[in-house]
Design a protein around this ligand. Structure first.
Ligand code: NAD
Ligand code: UDP
Length: 339
């Protein structure tokens, strides 16, 4: 298939592009580079050995989006493009609603006009809200606690409504748990701008000497060691889940399918810290501080539906995730080069 990957220069998109090409797909990318560097594309081309057409524009630009669909043959779309920082979304809610909803409107309108009806959407475990029991299952009710999370709940609803109106659509809502790790080459990885919000990028920067110590947000949760538990999934496993979902859309009768992409195993903050220390080969400095507002004690997936219906399972261990994250960070201490 010829697959348009929106946000294909970003963290998860870039890893998915590599696996799409390996699976025999033709890939084109749209990215406005608001949270990615052009250097990613050269590295993707050297890993895949193919020239990747990149369209650098903002998907909210409906005219450019329409122009792209009018001039390129496209069979399916994987829609990663969006803003993703929870804290920032609380400070700038309108920017989040505008970007994450606006890009989806413009994309889905152009797809409908050109009768392209296969769409894989990046949703998130955040749609399970604050009080969901674990493991989380796809049929749980959805809600959110911040504007970022609401954009995911809303886009899921918008896409379900589109599919009711036009049942020929085949839409996958992929609810990611906590993607971490990097391509095993160490040349593609996560490159957050500013101070990282997420645990593994923060530990990576402590390990490489860019931050003094990890601050652990709370050790008084009702979890085995008191720190919060998450379902960390290797970005390579996550990328493979997209390739599997795309294949499944070609054969399913359902207009909308929802799949959790997680390992089904919860790991605490200390589990992650210790796995990272094993990767680096020495202890890392940390301090336990108060809980972070909005955090929940435990989040992990029931991945059974994706295992069954996609024939997909996450296989990489937490040690593997940390080893790959560390290879990326140590080879690229300052992330991707600017030029
Ligand atoms: P990322 O920021 O690395 O990638 C997103 C890409 O989209 C970036 O390259 C950015 O430049 C681009 N982009 C943003 N707005 C755009 C627009 N209007 N037009 C064109 N390009 C635009 O993020 P990621 O971690 O790769 O996440 C990809 C998707 O997965 C996002 O939708 C995110 O919300 C979702 N997700 C991520 C996580 C996570 O922990 N990383 C978890 C659950 C869901
Ligand atoms: N966390 C932490 N210190 C940090 C960043 C995160 O202790 O500097 C904890 C956080 O409280 C949560 C877990 O690590 O329990 C995962 O956080 P992340 O932001 O990566 O994912 P999310 O909370 O969105 O699932």
């Amino acid at each position: 298939m010829r697959v348009l990957v929106t946000g294909g220069a970003g963290y998860i998109g870039s890893h998915t592009v590599i696996q799409l090409v390996a699976a025999g797909h033709d890939v084109l990318i749209v990215d406005n580079f608001s949270n990615a560097k052009p250097a990613v594309v050269h590295r993707l081309e050297s890993i895949t050995g193919v020239k990747l057409p990149v369209h650098a524009f903002d998907l909210r630009d409906a005219d450019r989006t329409e122009h792209l669909f009018a001039h390129e043959q496209i069979d399916a779309v994987i829609h990663f493009a969006g803003l993703k920082a929870v804290g920032e979304s609380m400070e700038q809610p309108l920017a989040y609603y505008e970007n994450n909803l606006g890009s989806t409107f413009s994309l889905v309108r152009a797809m409908a006009r050109h009768d392209i009806t296969k769409l894989v959407f990046s949703s998130s475990a955040t749609v399970y809200g604050h009080n969901a029991p674990v493991p989380m299952k796809e049929d749980f009710p959805t809600s959110a606690t911040n504007p970022y999370g609401w954009t995911k709940v809303m886009v899921e609803q918008i896409l379900r409504d589109v599919a009711v109106a036009q049942p020929r659509w085949r839409i996958a809502l992929l609810r990611y748990f906590n993607p971490v790790g990097a391509h095993p080459s160490g040349t593609i990885g996560e490159d957050p701008s500013g101070i990282p919000n997420n645990l593994v990028p923060y530990i990576s920067q402590v390990a490489v000497g860019r931050r003094e110590k990890l601050r652990i947000f709370g050790d008084d949760y009702s979890t085995p060691d008191g720190t919060a538990v998450r379902d960390y999934i290797h970005v390579e496993d996550l990328a493979a889940g997209h390739v599997a979902a795309l294949a499944r859309l070609a054969s399913t009768d359902r207009a909308v399918s929802t799949w959790n992409l997680g390992t089904g195993t919860g790991s605490s903050v200390f589990d992650v810290l210790h796995a990272f220390e094993r990767a680096v080969g020495h202890d890392l400095p940390y301090e336990v501080v108060g809980r972070r507002a909005g955090d929940i004690a435990a989040s992990y997936a029931d991945p059974g539906r994706a295992n069954e219906q996609l024939g997909w399972t996450a296989t990489r261990s937490l040690d593997n995730m940390c080893a790959d994250a560390w290879r990326w960070q140590s080879q690229n201490p300052d992330g991707y080069p600017d030029a």
